[in-house]
Write a protein that binds this ligand. Structure first.
Ligand SMILES: *[C@@H]1O[C@H](CO)[C@@H](O)[C@H](O)[C@H]1NC(C)=O
Length: 402
């Protein structure tokens, strides 16, 4: 019975009201600060009343247009864009070192570090980085030079030559079609906004201020917005990111959810190191002679790789985050008392008196001996209806009972 009686009790804290202007002003100021932080930052700025969907689903289709001139040839899209499928990652080839008529066979290496005077020098070299498998023989490369012989596609490529870049690439245009979906809200949208007319699409070029929603971008502009020099980038090659951001507040109207484009060079590390600057790759076109032997044209291509990256999140009002954050806000207002207590009990004039009022000290001597030895409720019958101090075992809260 006693246990049950002890359980069904309610404790409430006793408060000490301090009538001091200093601490009063500090208390209210701290509370105001906390309240304004929650309202201004957490609720209005960070929109803590919304549930957010960060798993954006997106598809990107690209199409490049423009004609360039390279090595006395007019280059069209099929010549300089790879891969041709219009993916979100593609390369515009701006410079090529061409090695024609390569066939399987034996021939001297072309690189200076394969220079040799005797076969034994070549036998010591480890072949892996050259143009073919080393045979271990030292053969004549030209009038003055001997190099190690290889077996592979011959003649070996000479990639130290200076070749021009296709400058017209600066004027090529890139059309981006991007559709996104926020699965949590089943919200779909694309970057071709409904107010974009066919005439607009034909004429507009993207500009962050005057044409922020035009889906046609000039390559020269993209590189410029990414803070790069086009001629430099085209000659060393590089990777440029086109970021499309969808940060949407779905509590507002459908029209307000719009893409924002930004540009950055993604391989900026390779700019600084001297070992591997820029971006290049090799590919080949294969042909067959009339007699059936195969030959190829090897291309070392330098180009600008464009990566279209889509990111985003959307928020919409929901009661659960609202409640959780509201409760957090109310509880946090109480944090102010911790600060005020520290000031009140340590730094304020008369801190000792405040301390004495706040912490009542009760010594063992003051307590009736019976209570201290048997710390349980004694029923009022055994005490004969006398007024007596009682102590509850579970809390240390004091009350005057009958
Ligand atoms: C790009 O186009 C502009 C205007 O049409 C032209 O003046 C410029 O010469 C072109 N640039 C190149 C590299 O062809």
């Amino acid at each position: 019975m006693n246990c049950v009686a002890n359980f069904f009790t309610y404790e409430t804290t006793k408060s000490v009201v301090v009538k001091s202007w200093t601490i009063g002003v500090i208390n209210r100021a701290v509370q105001l600060l906390i309240v304004s932080y929650f309202i201004g930052w957490v609720f209005l700025h960070e929109k803590a009343y919304q549930v957010r969907d960060t798993a954006i689903e997106s598809s990107v289709v690209t199409k490049v247009k423009g004609f360039g001139k390279y090595a006395n040839q007019v280059m069209d899209v099929v010549d300089y864009v790879t891969p041709p499928q219009g993916t979100s990652v593609f390369v515009i080839i701006t410079k090529q070192i061409v090695t024609e008529n390569q066939m399987q066979g034996f021939c001297p290496e072309s690189e200076a570090r394969y220079r040799c005077r005797s076969d034994s020098e070549c036998q010591k070299l480890i072949s892996a980085t050259g143009s073919g498998i080393l045979t271990g023989r030292c053969v004549k490369y030209n009038q003055t030079l001997h190099t190690c012989e290889i077996q592979g596609w011959c003649p070996a490529e000479v990639d130290t030559v200076d070749v021009p870049i296709m400058l017209e690439a600066e004027n090529f245009t890139l059309f981006i079609k991007n559709s996104i979906r926020f699965p949590l809200f089943n919200f779909e949208k694309g970057n071709l906004l409904p107010d974009l007319t066919v005439q607009d699409i034909r004429r507009c070029h993207f500009h962050p201020i005057s044409q922020p929603f035009c889906p046609i971008l000039r390559l020269g502009d993209i590189v410029k917005f990414a803070g790069q020099d086009f001629t430099n980038l085209a000659s060393t090659g590089g990777v440029v990111g086109i970021k499309i951001g969808w940060v949407c507040d779905l509590d507002q109207s459908w029209d307000r959810c719009v893409p924002s484009y930004s540009f950055t060079r993604l391989d900026s590390v390779s700019q600084k190191n001297s070992i591997s600057r820029g971006y290049n790759f090799r590919y080949a076109k294969y042909y067959r002679h009339g007699n059936g032997t195969e030959y190829r044209t090897l291309m070392k291509a330098f180009g600008i790789r464009f990566d279209v990256l889509v990111y985003g999140n959307a928020g919409k009002f929901n009661i659960i985050p609202t409640l959780i954050n509201a409760v957090a806000a109310f509880t946090s207002v109480g944090v102010g008392t911790v600060l005020c207590d520290i000031i009140l009990l340590n730094f304020l004039k008369g801190a000792e008196q405040y301390k004495a009022k706040k912490f009542e000290e009760v010594t063992e001597v003051n307590l009736p001996p019976a209570v201290s030895t048997s710390p349980v409720y004694r029923s009022s019958q055994t005490l004969g209806g006398r007024s007596e101090e009682k102590q509850s075992t579970d809390s240390g809260a004091y009350s005057i009972g009958l």
